[in-house]
Design a protein around this ligand. Structure first.
Ligand SMILES: [Zn+2]
Length: 156
């Protein structure tokens, strides 16, 4: 499939998902040659899962299908510019390229505003809306020391 056909598929999924009770978001993960590996739609309300955005759903499906946590060599087509969580997931999945249809402003215009998270990321933790504090730092570090010392770990 061409890039346009793959994006059209993501858009089609985003439209179908409205009829299925989900948000208007769809994503496709494909090889560079244009073969679809997996798709995802937004299932936040239907799955009672606040992390079930289209991109995360597609990444989970692709990784499970391919049996790897590393999706380098693959590309993602998403019907909308990703939120910070999904953008992070796309980086963690090591996808090679992202294509998006709608942008953040389009999403904001219909009530899906994630700009506050992007704004929060610019602030120091103590200035964010989410109260946070360091607790039991030394005890938590014992897990990191155990990881650092482990010789047969799978690096990722
Ligand atoms: Zn997202």
């Amino acid at each position: 499939m061409t890039k346009e056909e793959l994006m059209r598929k993501a858009i089609e999924l985003s439209k179908e998902n409205i009829e299925n009770g989900g948000g208007p978001f769809g994503a496709v993960i494909a090889t560079k040659e244009g073969e679809i590996v997996a798709t995802g739609v937004n299932r936040v309300t239907s799955s009672c899962d606040p992390t079930a955005h289209a991109e995360v759903s597609a990444i989970r499906a692709a990784a499970a299908k391919l049996g790897t946590f590393n999706l380098s060599g693959y590309e993602i087509y998403t019907s909308c510019e990703p939120c910070p969580m999904c953008l992070g997931a796309i980086y963690w999945a090591r996808l090679d390229k992202m294509y998006y249809g709608n942008n953040k402003t389009d999403a904001k215009d219909i009530g899906f505003d994630d700009s506050f998270i992007y704004d929060e990321l610019e602030l120091k933790p103590e200035n964010r809306k989410l109260p946070s504090e360091i607790l039991l730092h030394n005890e938590a570090l014992t897990a990191f020391k155990a990881w650092a010392a482990k010789e047969d770990k799978i690096e990722y």
